[in-house]
Design a protein around this ligand. Structure first.
Ligand code: SAM
Length: 239
């Protein structure tokens, strides 16, 4: 990336983190800082294809995942543009690589990856894309499965991949299928979408995982519950 950026003091802050406006050259003034977050955002402005909201979703998720889960090959399932996988690799170079899986490879995937690789050349050749069903992958136990906004039961299928492989997993579920609201007694106490996510936590715990529940800021998306799960009992330090 080249060219001067306005000083942080002059910079307008993104008013609407949930905006679906596409990041482009004009958006660079929103990200003038030397922080990694702003550097990634400016690179994505050069890609000219990514809605602002999706940058914040991927960044906030990746940051929280990497505080707890380092290393391992990354499987970004229902990956779309695959930005989550790329940011995870930028944040932790000890992961050897990433595989993005989606039924369809959107044109934005190549653009996002090219823009980031021009600033972080070490990404080159380390992210592959499989067009196919997310359940077809077989991660190893040391790997890391991630997914942002896999719709409806796709988030459950992402969790099933992790249970089958006994590997770490992080999901930020999306729209919920209310027909799958659990029938437990707590159903009348809480919003049905929360009940579905609580049932996901319970299922992962019953499968022997240690689960951490977090949230990304709801100013970015109301679908902001982040479930992190690691096989086995809780251990000290990074999982
Ligand atoms: C809401 S988008 C999320 C995309 C991306 N993770 C993001 O955060 O922008 C859901 C994605 O799931 C993909 N998808 C739907 N069914 C799938 C399946 N069976 N296996 C893999 N991906 C699937 C869609 O093609 C779509 O890209």
């Amino acid at each position: 990336m080249s060219g001067p950026h306005p000083s942080p003091n002059d910079a307008p802050r993104p008013r609407k983190l949930s905006s679906r406006n596409v990041l482009n050259h004009r958006s660079k003034r929103l990200f003038p800082g030397d922080t990694l977050k702003h550097r990634i955002a400016r690179a994505l402005c050069d890609a000219g294809c990514l809605p602002r909201k999706e940058f914040f979703e991927a960044w906030e998720t990746a940051k929280r995942v990497r505080r707890r889960m380092r290393g391992g090959h990354i499987y970004d399932l229902a990956a779309g543009h695959g930005l989550l996988a790329a940011i995870l690799l930028i944040l932790d170079n000890s992961s050897p690589g990433a595989t993005c899986v989606d039924l369809v490879r959107p044109p934005s995937q190549a653009k996002v990856l090219a823009a980031l690789t021009s600033v972080w050349p070490r990404l080159a050749g380390r992210i592959s894309f499989i067009e196919g069903d997310l359940s077809d992958v077989s991660p190893a136990p040391e790997d890391l499965v991630v997914s942002v906004h896999a719709c409806r039961d796709l988030s459950d299928r992402v969790l099933e991949v992790a249970v089958r492989s006994q590997c770490r997993v992080a999901v930020l579920p999306c729209c919920h299928d209310l027909k799958r609201t659990p029938s437990g007694p707590y159903r009348s106490w809480m919003d049905p979408t929360l009940a579905i996510d609580v049932a996901r936590v319970v299922r992962m715990e019953q499968a022997g995982f240690t689960v951490t529940a977090q949230q990304i800021p709801d100013a970015i998306t109301p679908k902001n519950r982040l479930l992190l799960a690691t096989p086995g009992p809780m251990t000290e330090g990074l999982q």
